[in-house]
Design a protein around this ligand. Structure first.
Ligand code: ADP
Length: 635
């Protein structure tokens, strides 16, 4: 192939622009990114070589070499890892595979274009960080086990690149950075040592430095020197590991620039032997928009040999925010996908891991509430999936649930146990409401009678709640009751007084007329136990489909079973009383049908549902206002 000149995709150009112009403050991290990639590439080659010896190509010593040439102003990183085919180079280096990155860039552009540094690693800009220090980058690579043509890729980072086939002897990748004038410090031995020690000390493969010096005008090569101690951090005793080392390793596995929220490092012996070093991130970042980030999950090693970076069998999906490493002493090295799926040892590890994580979370909740609430706000919605998926750990998971309540301040979170503790003795059930957000729920008329009776109500506002909270059904043998649906029983003592019961009785004939007026748009028109202030509300049956589910069904073009609300009226409300009086005088008074329409529309609106005929609604409201305005100013 002759050399080809190609353009980066637009989003890569944007990304490069950001990397070069906005991420200037911490340039030294480019070295960490490139060493990290080299180490990953070696891990992959080593794994492939377990089942295909050809990959080794008589070059079995894995290594990463940094060559610094101050005269030529180049820094070259060479690895004998898995390398890339031309297609892979174009896919990995010439484009951004993830749609999440595109979305991120668009959002960023809509803002002011400044990038929080902790985000850089999350978007696979690792390789592009080379352009922070280099004005030209040359990459040569050849796929392991495929002797023959390699690929040469070169770019100045300004929007275009050249690509051609070349002869490359050694498998793997070599990346040459032609350093910018102001990046000369990265050619100094002490600087390279410092940066490698700081960020990549635990990298398992040797990272060596070869300085090309000059003696008597001639180039003089010094023997390469080993820079890293290569100790797998998870194999070392906890007491020996410094906090910074834990943090650096976290950055290595997670590509997250922030510190982790929590570090879990433990080992197990017995039925199966393994060591694990796991982290809870502080934030989810854009993780959930980017399914391909799953490879930054829990990595599986067997006896210090990397096996796979996305071992879903190691942890349930409701713990997918975990980052880190599990190293098993008993799994076979040449484990295949099938073995992983069926493996009993892996199931034991998984059960132990789940226990450890849930126990840690529970301890955080008890002892470090603020940290736990931070975790919950980021990942609570994911953890809650466990209520549905993992019946064995249901009790532990229930205890980890936090939510806002009607009585609490906005943002204040309570656990189910805390709620139960504060329940008045007469209250037998746990009351909750599902909705879009706190404000909508707090304003909901459905809560009025509960408030008046001194009962708090749990607010569940995550989309997932509709599924998982209904699954819960009870906690500490108390039924969980959605107070916005179906029949409700108020706590003893909060039942309507005799006078209210009488009002309810008197309203009955009016209800019949209103039901006739509204026809089959409502399931029924009834007297409400829920209302103390508002005139009306709409109540769906307990079995009716939830809002989120309805949305998903509609998006999938599936039929949504029609569910109609019952219009509940407050017989003590002055409006309803007045309507009763009209009704008594003339049961067919045309105003009654008009008012029925307005009551239904109000109830729809407070339930967050669209009114059926907006024009008719506004016409009726204007009519009412006109009537009322007649009197204004006259008195
Ligand atoms: P990330 O490492 O976060 O995926 P990068 O931009 O650093 O993002 O790299 C993109 C991809 O390019 C990597 O996922 C890998 O497939 C490939 N790659 C980068 N460096 C190397 C290397 N030294 N050897 C083989 N493949 C590499």
């Amino acid at each position: 192939m002759s050399a080809q000149h190609k353009k980066f995709k637009t989003e890569v150009r944007q990304l490069l622009d950001l990397v070069v112009h906005s991420l200037y403050s911490n340039r030294e991290i480019f070295l960490r990114e490139l060493i990290s990639n080299a180490s990953d590439a070696i891990d992959r080659a080593r794994f492939e070589s377990l089942s295909n010896a050809a990959v080794l190509e008589n070059d079995p010593e894995w290594d990463i070499l940094i060559t610094a040439d101050p005269k030529a102003k180049t820094l070259t990183l060479t690895d004998n890892g898995v390398g890339m085919s031309q297609k892979e180079v174009e896919e990995n280096i010439g484009t951004i595979a993830s749609s999440g990155t595109k979305k991120f860039l668009t959002e960023l552009k809509a803002k002011d274009g400044t990038v929080p540094p902790e985000l850089i690693g999350q978007f696979g800009v690792g390789f592009y960080s080379a352009f922070m220090v280099a004005d030209k980058v040359t990459l040569e690579t050849r796929r392991a086990g495929e002797p023959g043509a390699g690929v040469r890729w070169e770019s100045t980072g300004s929007g275009e690149y050249d690509i051609e086939t070349v002869v490359k002897e050694r498998r793997g990748t070599s990346i040459t950075l032609h350093l910018k004038d102001d990046a000369g410090e990265f050619l100094e031995e002490w600087m390279i040592r410092k940066v490698v020690k700081k960020y990549s000390d635990f990298v398992e493969h040797p990272v060596r430095l070869r300085m090309i010096a000059e003696k008597d005008g001639k180039p003089e090569e010094k023997a390469p020197e080993l820079l890293n101690s290569r100790k797998a951090i998870w194999q070392r005793p906890r007491a020996e590991i410094k906090e910074e080392e834990y943090q650096e390793f976290y950055r290595h596995v997670s590509h997250d620039f922030q510190e982790p929220l929590e570090t879990l490092h433990w080992s197990v012996e017995g039925q199966t032997e393994f060591r694990a070093l796991l982290y809870l991130p502080k934030t989810g970042g854009m993780d959930f928009l980017m399914p391909d980030q799953s490879k930054r999950g829990v990595h599986l090693y067997v006896k210090r040999v990397f096996i796979t970076d996305n071992c879903e069998e190691l942890r349930p999906s409701y713990l997918r925010f975990l980052r880190g490493v599990v190293d098993s002493a008993d799994l076979p090295l040449n484990v295949s996908r099938e073995i992983l799926q069926e493996n009993r040892l892996l199931r034991v590890i998984r059960a132990n891991l789940v226990k450890k994580v849930l126990d840690t979370l529970s301890e955080m909740k008890e002892k470090r509430r603020e940290a736990y609430e931070g975790f919950w706000k980021e990942f609570g919605a994911v953890l809650k999936e466990g209520l549905h998926q993992d019946p064995t750990n249901l009790e532990k998971l229930e205890d980890l649930v936090l939510c806002e309540t009607a009585g609490g301040k906005p943002g204040a979170l309570a656990s189910l146990a805390e709620y139960v503790k504060l329940m008045p003795e007469s209250q037998k059930e746990i009351y909750y409401a599902l909705g879009e957000n706190r404000q909508a729920l707090a304003n909901s008329p459905h809560l009025e009678a509960f408030r008046k009776a001194g009962c708090d109500v749990l607010f569940f506002t995550d989309p997932i709640d509709e599924w998982v909270i209904r699954d819960l059904s009870s906690y500490q043998s108390k039924t969980l009751r959605d107070i916005t649906r179906g029949q409700v029983d108020l706590p003893a003592g909060a039942e309507p007084a005799a006078e209210e019961a009488k009002a309810a009785e008197e309203a009955k004939p009016l209800l019949v007329t209103l039901k006739e007026a509204l026809g089959d748009r409502v399931r029924d028109v009834t007297v409400s136990k829920r209302l103390t202030e508002s005139a009306c509300c709409l109540v769906f049956e307990e079995s009716a489909m939830g809002r989120q589910q309805e949305r998903i069904y509609k998006a999938m073009n599936r039929a949504v079973p029609e569910s109609k609300g019952a219009l509940e009226l407050n017989p003590g409300h002055p409006l309803i009383r007045r309507m009763e009086a009209i009704h008594q005088a003339d049961a067919k008074h045309p105003k009654l049908a008009e008012y029925a329409e307005l009551l239904l529309d109000q109830a729809l609106l407070t339930a967050g549902l669209p009114v059926t005929d907006l024009l008719a609604f506004t016409r009726r409201v204007s009519q009412l206002m006109a009537e009322e305005a007649e009197g204004v100013g006259k008195a």
